[in-house]
Design a binder for this molecule. Structure first.
Ligand code: IMP
Ligand code: MG
Length: 190
């Protein structure tokens, strides 16, 4: 059996603690800017989360269970790393976009900020659809000048510039189910 996991960058307990903290940050911020939209409060406002498929699904599932806000979820399929590539190949939005986002406070949810092209493209598209506000939340941000220069409102962890998988992130579609964020060995990346 080839050894596939090289190094654990973030273990599941560390991720779980930070995701819960992030959710509190978001809930406080939303309450400040949109008003009290907790599920037990009595009003009609809500936010719209736009998670980017497929990498953000595990993060999304954990995050929203710590976010007791009125929300809708509109998934967007976006691809930038087809197949075995480990460098962004340009951004394609592959699913239908919500027609009308006027008055909606939107939060884009993504797994990782690398070149920042995905986030910039999606943000621009959602702003063009008339969203009242567009914020962005990423679990990971690579410490690269490109990634650090992209405006993002909520960041889980700043990590070194390495190709990582697990907790939703993939290499050639695999490894999304690993509970920790890890790097792969050379043998696994063929
Ligand atoms: P960006 O457009 O270059 O910022 O890339 C963002 C997207 O590329 C993420 O949503 C991921 O799907 C993918 N990506 C970037 N870096 C990695 C990585 O280290 N591992 C797995 N996927 C990555
Ligand atoms: Mg992705």
């Amino acid at each position: 059996m080839p050894k596939r996991i090289e190094r654990v960058l973030l273990d599941r307990e560390t991720i779980a603690r930070r995701v819960e903290e992030l959710a509190h940050e978001i809930a406080e911020d939303v309450t400040r800017h949109v008003g009290d939209i907790h599920v037990h409060s009595d009003n009609s406002k809500s936010i719209t989360l736009v998670p980017l498929l497929t990498g953000s699904v595990i993060f999304l599932a954990d995050l929203i269970r710590h976010l007791p806000l009125m929300m809708r979820i509109r998934m967007l399929a976006v691809s930038s790393y087809p197949g075995k590539s480990t460098e962004s190949q340009g951004v394609t939005i592959e699913s239908a976009l919500p027609d009308d986002l006027s008055d909606q406070h939107v939060i884009i949810i993504d797994d990782i900020l690398d070149s920042g092209r995905t986030l910039a493209a999606v943000r621009q598209t959602l702003v063009a659809r008339g969203a009242a506000s567009v914020k962005a939340c990423v679990l990971l941000r690579k410490m690269l000048p490109t990634a650090l220069s992209v405006p993002v409102d909520y960041v889980g962890f700043d990590i070194e510039d390495a190709f990582v998988v697990g907790y939703g992130l993939d290499y050639d579609g695999y490894y999304r189910n690993l509970p920790d964020v890890v790097t792969l060995t050379q043998e696994a990346m063929v």
